[in-house]
Each structure stands twice: as C-alpha cells, then as structure tokens.
Design a protein around this ligand. Structure first.
Ligand code: SF4
Length: 647
C-alpha cells in the first residue's frame, strides 16, 4: 500500500523523473563505455591534437590527439566509481556508528561526537589534502579519505535521526514487549530514518563527484594519463591558450551529473516529506474490524454519544514479530457536553488510546476498531489526509508540556493563526480578530500585545492557555486533553481545570481528559474510565466510582491519593508496577498485584461487565459483586476524604 502510493506520487514528480533519467544515462554511459566509446581512453595520434568536433571525433581531440568524447565516457566510469567508494565508506561507517551513538548514548556517543566535531571544524578540502599528503596521491586513497570525512557527516545525521526515533511510541511499544536493542535498531529505527539517509546519499554522491574532480585536477586523485573528469580539466587548463573548448565537455559533464543527483535528492526529500505529513508513511489509519460493535455497557456508554469508540485495539510487533496488543478492546463513549476522565498509571495504554483515536499511532503500530464515530460519522478506514480535517477541526487536542509543544521560532499569535489558516478560509483580518477573541476566551491578558510574544515569554500556565486557544480555534466538538496539567504547579493546575470547565459551559464541547491524576478527574469529570494494562477495568459516574469503586485497581488508586486527613505513616500505594504487554496474562491483568486475587481470577479472561454498585457502572472483575471496596467522597472544598464505607 505504502510502496504503491509512493510510486504514484513519484510518477507525478515529473522533474524528479527527468533528472533520474539523466542519472541513468550517465550510469549507462559509464557502465558501457568499453562497448559504446568509439576509441579507447588513451588512444590518440598527436598529429590530430586539438582537432575540432567532427563526425569522427564528436567533441574533438585533446592536445595528444585523444578522443574527448571517449575520455568523457571513461571519465564518467571513474567519477562514479570514486563517488560510490566514498559514499559506500560513509554509509558503512557512519550509519552503524550513528545508530549506536544515538540509541545507546553514553561514552560511545561522547567519543563519537568529539571526533565528529574535530573533523568538521576543519574545512573539508583542507583536511582531505592534508590526509592525502600523508597517505600519498591515488584515486583509491583520496576517495577513502573523502569517505572517512563523509562518514562523520553521515554519523551525525544518523545519530540525530536515531535520537528522535528512539523516543517514538512504536519504539516504546517494541521495548516493552521485550524486543532486543538490535531488533529495535535494525527493524524499527533504521527503516523509519531510511528516507532521510537515502536523500543524504544522493547529495553525497554529487559532492563526491565534485571532490574526485577537484582532487584529480590538483594531482592528488587520478594520475595522468588516466581519463577522469578532473584530469581532463587539468589537461584543458594546460591547453587553454590553444583551445578553450577542451574545458567545456568535462565541466558540463560534472555540472549536469551533480545537478541531476542533487535534483533527485531534492525530489526524494519532497516525496518523503509529503508522505510523512500526509501519507501512510509513519502512521497507520484505524482499520475497521469485521463484525458488529460490541454491546453498549452501562458506565462506558451513553445514549446518542458525541464520540463512540467500540472494540479499539492497538498492537505493535512483539519480540518474535507477531502482533502484541498494547490496547485491548477499549469501548467508551463521550456524551455531548460531557467530560470523561480516562485514568491509569504510566503504561496503562491511555495515551496510546488517544493517539489511536486521532489516527496518530506510528508505523509499525496497527489500530483496529469496530467503530470510532464522531457525531455519527465513522472515522475508521480514513487516511491520514482525511483525518487531518477532523484533527484540529472537529477534534481539538491539548498535550502536556505546553512550552515544548509550541514552536519557539514563531509568535504564539502566529501559531494560533496557522490553525485557522489550515482549517478555514478566513481572510487575514478575520484570522487576527479570531486570535484575539480566542486569547480573551482563555483569559490571556492583553491579547493584542501578547499574541506578538514568543513561547519563551510565557509561563507554563499561560502557554497551556495558548495551547487550549489553538485547540479551540475551529470550535471543536470534542477536546482531547492529554495530561494537560501534569507539567504545571498546583495552583496553575486548578486555574487550567477551571478554564476547561468554563469552556465546556460556554461552548458545549465534550472533553476526553486523559490523566494519571484522580484528583484532576475528581475536580472536573462527569464520568471516569479507568485503564489498567491495556484494558478498561472500570467505568461509571465519577462521584459513584469515587464513593464506591467496583474494581480493586480503582480502590488502590483512590487509596494512594493524598487526602486532607491527618496522615499516619507512609502514603499507601499499589505494590508493583504495570507489567509490560509481553507479561500480560490471558486472565485478569491485575491479578499479580491484587490483594483479593483468587484462583478463579487466573482461570480465564475477565470481561468488562455491568457491575453491582450502581445502575450505570461497569467493571472487569469476577469478584466485583461481592467485594466491599473502599472509596473516597468529595468534601465541600473539593479535597478528597475517605468515606465511611468499610470492607
Ligand atoms: S478478577 Fe480477581 S484478581 Fe482481578 S481484580 Fe478482580 S479480584 Fe482482583
């Protein structure tokens, strides 16, 4: 799918195809020079020296009577072989070292980067000439030196790309499934950074051709009488008084070949960039699963929801390459004007669920769902391009780390305006008016002035208000807020939550609030859905779930909240951590950490079912009907205090 789409896009890039054809002609000319060239590279009759172009000698002859056209073809052979030698060394040395340096870091990275900085601090040609002076002239040696210098460039590029790729979700996915470092590097990181490396290779080939010609011209590369474009230029310079024409064929050959490689590189860069932004490269759409949506459950479902998610599953390749599910069959509704809190510890799958809803799970992740419907409109099966109109338009998104989410190079006003320009056909003045209106809506003081400020001039809380303004720009029906208060201090957290409540009231939008903090949910959410190890384990109205949880995990989370009672001893916590997906059992995922676990909990998969404590409750626990779990209740000041419920 991806390859045929890439090919179709490539076929539409006429200029790239033209220059690729030029490269092919040069390659073919070089490869078949012994067959196609009318003369050998050194065949010549000095009495025919400096002959003008003719039918016998298409580009004339040089001072020694050698056919310029034939030497040009053999010169192409040398130029390309030299370029492949240099770039081959750069790839073989630079790419593996860059991968290891970027992925492992530590002493290897420090040593590699000091070497790279040392090499790059000296101008390329000066360094090459110095090294060749030590090693002695000759094509193989000079191009080996060029290759080593290029290897440092390749190392730096690969390291940078690897540093970014290792933080990606799909790498985390493979890591938590027990994938080895070698597998992560060569099966997951390398394929994803390959497009950028391919572009760099084409640009380096062009550079290596120029380097070979330069070094040969200076007498440090190919040695006379061998035919290379550099030695031909050198010969032409020696005869410049008798014939200026001799410099033209090798000069034009170098110009066209270098231009062709550069144009192909630029074309590929455009192609990959367009695919990464709007194609199937890098992210995968939500695939509809065959079958009907799972039955609506009390607690997780509401009548006529704005967002309906049914049987959502996200998987990444496991250690043996088979799909490893990191989110399993999540079904959840968000009602109109409702705030739903999706809570769980790190590794529970809540953020991956949000990414899946937005169609942003990166390759090689796979997303499938029976339904993901927004206001009745099905989103499964939509491409990245088709979902673009939904993201930022009908669904607004707010992430944690607001300062990091804003581009430091643009004013905050520009960044909000960009969303409007992308999703609406508003004119300039209308956009400016709307930006001011949005800043007023999120209570940024002096909006006319502050919209011209840069992100670093904003505090964390104010920057989050800007992010919320961006999310609201197109009047979304649904706001997905992923840990919107995590990076903020407590007083600012409260202000941001109050703002979300106020905006829900004034706009009527729904909010899916993803957080690890039950205190945040208690403050604003109408309904809460608790995730553990990739599964929804409990759902229901917030007040009811807090007062009387139906799942031991929810009880554990509530028990570990700091409460406004006199604390005696250490704050309670749930023993252990969320196990990685590779260790999730078929039966209850929480059994390992559950104080109420019995043999029957480990006997078979546990379904999310309607649960006893109330009519709108659901829990994934075989004992939920018999356990009396301890909850908390909201005090008038919104702080959380224990209920009188006993066990
Ligand atoms: S099914 Fe058993 S192990 Fe799982 S949460 Fe319920 S009581 Fe605990």
């Amino acid at each position: 799918m991806t390859h045929s789409r890439l090919l179709r896009r490539l076929l539409r890039q006429r200029a790239t195809l033209f220059w690729a054809a030029v490269v092919l002609v040069v390659l073919a000319g070089a490869a078949f020079a012994p067959l196609l060239a009318p003369f050998g590279p050194d065949d010549g009759n000095i009495r025919e020296g400096l002959a003008s172009p003719s039918a016998e000698h298409l580009l004339g002859t040089d001072k020694l009577g050698r056919d310029v056209f034939s030497r040009l073809m053999f010169g192409a052979q040398i130029a390309l072989l030299a370029a492949f030698e240099a770039v081959g060394i750069a790839v073989l040395v630079g790419v593996p070292l860059g991968l290891l340096s970027g992925y492992l870091g530590g002493w290897l990275d420090r040593i590699a980067m000091r070497i790279v900085e040392g090499v790059m601090s000296v101008p390329f040609l000066v360094l090459a000439i110095a090294l060749i002076s030590i090693l002695g002239p000759g094509l193989a040696k000079s191009m080996a030196v060029v290759g080593v210098v290029y290897a440092t460039i390749m190392l730096r590029l690969t390291r940078g790309l690897t540093l970014a790729a290792r933080e990606e979700l799909y790498v985390d996915g493979v890591r938590v499934t027990g994938g080895s470092d070698r597998r992560i590097l060569f099966q997951h990181v390398l394929p994803n950074i390959l497009p950028a490396l391919i572009v760099q290779v084409t640009l380096m080939l062009a550079g290596a051709i120029v380097a070979e010609a330069t070094l040969s011209f200076l007498g440090l590369g190919v040695q006379a009488p061998a035919a290379s474009w550099g030695t031909m230029l050198s010969d032409a310079q020696a005869s410049i008084r008798e014939s200026f024409f001799l410099a033209l064929p090798p000069g034009v050959a170098i110009l066209i070949t270098v231009l062709a490689f550069n144009q192909v590189g630029d074309g590929l860069r455009d192609l990959f960039a367009r695919e990464a932004k709007g194609g199937s490269l890098g992210v995968n759409p939500v695939q509809p699963v065959v079958g009907s949506p799972v039955a609506a459950l009390p607690g997780a479902s509401v009548p006529d929801p704005l967002l309906r998610v049914s049987d959502l599953t996200v998987s990444f390749p496991g250690a043996d390459g088979s799909p490893m599910e990191v989110v399993q069959g999540v079904s959840l509704d968000v009602g109109r004007g409702e705030i739903v809190g999706l809570v769980g510890e790190s590794g529970s799958g809540k953020s991956v669920t949000a990414m899946a809803l937005l169609g942003l799970v990166p390759d090689p992740g796979r997303v499938a769902a029976a339904t993901v419907a927004l206001d009745g409109q099905e989103l499964t099966g939509r491409t990245f391009d088709e979902l673009r109109a939904v993201r930022g338009g009908r669904i607004g998104v707010v992430f944690q780390e607001p300062i990091a989410s804003l581009n430091p190079a643009y004013t905050v006003g520009d960044q909000v305006a960009e969303v409007l320009r992308e999703h609406t056909d508003m004119g300039r003045e209308e956009v400016a008016r709307r930006v001011v209106e949005l800043f007023e809506q999120v209570h940024v003081p002096d909006p006319q002035l502050r919209m011209r400020d840069y992100p670093h001039q904003f505090s964390g809380g104010m920057a989050q208000r800007v992010m919320i303004a961006m999310a609201l720009a197109c009047r979304p029906q649904l706001l997905i807020a992923d840990e919107p208060t995590t990076a903020l201090d407590v007083t600012v957290q409260g202000q941001v939550l109050d703002l979300l409540l106020e905006l829900r009231g004034s706009t009527g939008m729904s909010i899916l609030l993803i957080t690890h903090d039950l205190g945040v949910v208690a403050d604003v959410a109408d309904r809460v859905a608790v995730m553990y190890a990739g599964q929804l384990v409990e759902a229901g109205p917030t007040a009811e779930v807090f007062a009387r949880p139906a799942h031991p995990y929810t009880e554990g989370l509530l028990g570990s909240l700091p409460r406004n009672v006199r604390r005696v001893g250490r704050l309670p916590s749930i023993p252990g951590v969320v196990p990685p997906p590779a260790q999730w059992p078929q039966s209850c995922h929480f059994a390992q950490r559950c104080r109420y676990a019995q043999d029957r909990c480990r006997a078979a998969p546990v379904e999310l079912l309607a649960s006893q404590p109330g009519p709108a409750r659901a829990a994934r626990c075989v004992r939920s009907g018999e356990l009396e779990l301890t909850g908390v209740a909201e005090a008038p000041d919104r702080a959380l205090v224990p209920t009188e419920e006993g066990r």
